[in-house]
Design a protein around this ligand. Structure first.
Ligand code: ZN
Length: 262
């Protein structure tokens, strides 16, 4: 008879208990998606999609800013935007792609330690999440369950090491996915964070457009904008739109889907 091996005790950070690659492959092999886009089943598009997110009697909005990487303008850093968020104490979630982190390792680590900000996964290769190779904006997506798994988990260690936990949400490159990939992301403990307000038109809006778009947010909205285009209108538009929102109810700064701040 074998002697039971004692379970070792440790004080080391707990590794996230996520399903293995083979488990996910077994679970989703042969599943054929029927939805494609930014609002498929399983995507968190508004705060109402988050279980347990109850009303607190004042409007709440989540601000999210993507850092996409990939060279050129994608690798930029909008310091004015982050400075403005800090000045007004506005929480936000920063979706960081592995390529962007690779260009800005020290900056990314510093952002991850700011309790005002939450960092979350914006993919490894920054591709749409598909189990069939669907594309968006001419960017080919992942083409299998295996590739979805790898895109979602390829950078997970960075988040565990910097924040003590895996990313709580993920946003695919281009924000597109199918519902099978969205289900896989949920199984991995990082549901796909979509959006209900396109705050900066993919970092193409002028400041006035950003201002007017964000000024129109409603309770429960998730705003998507970018933090990697310092030459764009995002920072100035946010700087114009956010203070009046904060004054109105005092609390658009509750703004958090994913943030550790409240
Ligand atoms: Zn992106």
């Amino acid at each position: 008879m074998n002697t039971p091996t004692p379970t070792p005790t440790t004080t080391a950070p707990v590794e996230p208990q996520i399903p293995s690659r083979s488990e996910i492959i077994d679970r989703y092999a042969g599943r054929a998606p029927v939805q494609w886009g930014t609002e498929v089943a399983g995507v968190v598009s508004t705060l109402a999609d988050i279980p347990g997110m109850t009303s607190v009697g004042r409007p709440r909005v989540a601000l999210t800013f993507d850092a996409c990487g990939g060279g050129g303008a994608g690798d930029g850093f909008d310091a004015a935007l982050i400075d403005m968020l800090r000045e007004h104490r506005v929480p936000a979630t920063l979706f960081l792609n592995a390529r962007w982190i690779g260009v800005h390792p020290e900056l990314a680590a510093e952002l991850a330690t700011d309790p005002l900000l939450a960092v979350a996964c914006h993919g490894t290769r920054h591709v749409p999440l598909s189990v069939t190779g669907a594309s968006a904006y001419r960017i080919a997506g992942t083409a299998s369950v295996e590739e979805v798994y790898d895109e979602l988990t390829g950078n997970i260690d960075w988040f565990v090491e910097r924040t003590g936990e895996a990313s709580r949400y993920t946003r695919p490159g281009t924000a597109h996915c199918d519902e099978v990939a969205a289900a896989i992301a949920r199984d991995l403990g990082m549901p796909v964070a979509g959006f209900s307000v396109n705050g900066d038109g993919g970092a193409t809006f002028a400041a006035a457009q950003v201002r007017d778009t964000i000024a129109g947010v409603r309770d429960g909205d998730i705003v998507l904008a970018h933090m990697n285009r310092p030459g764009g209108g995002t920072a100035r538009g946010c700087a114009q739109a956010l203070p009046p929102l904060l004054d109105r109810g005092g609390r658009v700064r509750h703004a958090v889907t994913v943030s550790r701040s409240t």
